[in-house]
Ligand binder design. Structure first.
Ligand SMILES: Cc1ncc(COP(=O)(O)O)c(C=O)c1O
Length: 456
């Protein structure tokens, strides 16, 4: 094991079951609330937009949920994903730390997102749905769902946040290659999109707005359901294949436990998937620091309150108890489009509130700097989202030089940056700005958070 670089598992080692953290949480998860009645949601309330199998997973008390063979068959295309020991990065940093990265960039669309896209397409197809509508920020989720739908013969409609649509034309083409239709959001196709465009014809869009459009599309078409790429319990559940494989791979590498796991957080799905199996161990007393990394331009976990809020701008979704910047918050157009979301996974939020998980925020320029340090040492070019986790890991590895400790550091490497070369060009030619959140915008958006009895 002395010089091992890549720790691979065989196809037989793809997890047979997803790990459902709900029964193991230190406190019960506050339920989603119906905005009209103020009462907890029942399965029937979600039936117009989700298939029943996913609604059941969303609320399941079972700690393990079987992965159907038809899903595992597709996951085999790129799973198990390799765990790398970042030996070249360690050398470049001259750190005593042992750095690993769990590389989710090998999936055909290039990120962790197909882990759930394939599962969601499968369950929708099984329940007779003809079309899925969704939003996408960076374009990774839209590509992943287009890919998943293609496999199971579903149509796919993607509302792509306008700023990303303009920054990343090739993501759009990739979605179209997999047969999807793609629109820059806000659009004139939905009432919620029209309303935003009437207020601000140049709106750069946001994930919150695009979600409103996709939910409205699903709710107004009988044959269509909605698919979300992050935030919800069933999405984080599907992503636990990452952490389950990671635990096996660390054992093979001879590591008793990771000291740190860093992952970037937009809505929280890749980070949750990587860390949930370790949360259980941490709650039993193992010292493992689980660090959620977010942009300073959209500092949900580090600056937002923990309270009930809508998941979308037009208030079409149920109320979820989560860290939130307010559902009308429109973050500055940073290049990590997938991290521009006002809220976060309710499970992840609860674990942050309970101090099981910690959060740190980073500016985009130091993240691009870290991404290039990584690419020049390891060869892989990370997505701008992923670069937040890399920044945090490099900072920790540099601190280890001072402390004299040799921690085991794991990066949840969520995706590649091949469609983000425009952003890299801006960084390398000195044109990239360090965008922060605006206090005025945050104060305004915080006021949009509804008052829910007992919700704060
Ligand atoms: C490569 C990559 N990483 C991370 C994210 C953030 O999503 P999540 O927090 O759900 O993992 C995205 C979202 O689009 C992404 O494309």
């Amino acid at each position: 094991m002395d010089d091992i670089v890549k720790i691979t598992l065989s196809e037989r080692d793809i997890p047979q079951r997803w790990y459902n953290i709900l029964p193991d949480l230190p406190k019960p998860l506050p339920p989603p609330i119906h905005p009209g009645t103020g009462q907890p949601l029942g399965p029937q309330d979600l039936a117009p937009i989700f298939p029943m199998a996913l609604i059941q997973q969303e609320m399941s008390p079972e700690p393990w949920i079987e992965i159907p063979d038809d899903i595992r068959r597709v996951l085999k295309l790129w799973r198990p994903s390799p765990l790398y020991r970042a030996r070249e990065l360690e050398k470049a940093l001259k750190t005593p730390a042992r750095i690993y990265y769990k590389n989710e960039s090998f999936s055909p669309p290039g990120s962790h997102k197909p882990n759930t896209a394939v599962a969601q397409a499968y369950y929708n197809k099984k329940e007779g749905v003809a079309r899925l509508a969704t939003e996408t920020g960076a374009g990774q989720w839209g590509s992943a769902l287009s890919f998943g739908c293609q496999f199971f013969g579903l149509q796919c409609t993607v509302y792509m946040v306008r700023v990303s649509y303009e920054q990343k034309p090739y993501r759009k083409l990739l979605m179209q290659a997999w047969g999807a239709e793609v629109f820059p959001s806000p659009t004139d196709r939905t009432q919620s999109g029209k309303k935003i465009r009437a207020q601000d014809p140049n709106s750069p869009g946001s994930l919150g707005i695009a979600i409103s459009e996709a939910v409205e599309d699903a709710a107004t078409h009988e044959d269509t359901k909605y698919a979300l790429g992050s935030v919800l319990n069933h999405v984080c559940l599907h992503q636990t294949v990452i952490g389950l494989e990671l635990a096996e791979q660390l054992k093979i590498a001879g590591e008793k436990k990771p000291d740190y796991i860093f992952g970037c957080v937009g809505g929280g799905s890749n980070f949750s998937g990587a860390v949930f199996p370790f949360v259980k161990r941490k709650l039993k007393g193992e010292e493992i620091r689980l660090v959620a990394c977010e942009p300073t331009a959209c500092p949900t976990l580090t600056k937002g309150p923990y309270c009930y809020d809508f998941g979308d701008t037009a208030q079409m979704t149920p109320l979820l108890k989560m860290y939130t910047l307010g559902h009308t918050f429109v973050p500055a157009p940073i290049h990590a489009g997938g991290l521009r979301y006002h809220g976060d996974s309710p499970i992840l939020s609860l674990l942050v509130a309970e101090k099981v998980i910690e959060a740190r925020a980073f500016r985009q320029k130091p993240c691009f700097e870290a991404a290039l340090t990584f690419a020049r040492a390891e060869g892989f070019l990370p997505a701008p989202e992923t670069s937040h986790a890399i920044r945090a890991a490099i900072d920790e590895a540099l601190r280890a030089k001072e402390s004299g400790k040799a921690p085991c550091i794991v990066i949840a490497y969520s995706g590649h940056g091949f469609f983000d070369l425009g952003a890299y060009e801006k960084y390398m030619t000195g044109q990239l700005e360090d965008l922060d959140f605006s206090q005025g915008e945050l104060d305004r958006a915080l006021k949009s958070i509804p008052k829910v009895p007992g919700g704060a």
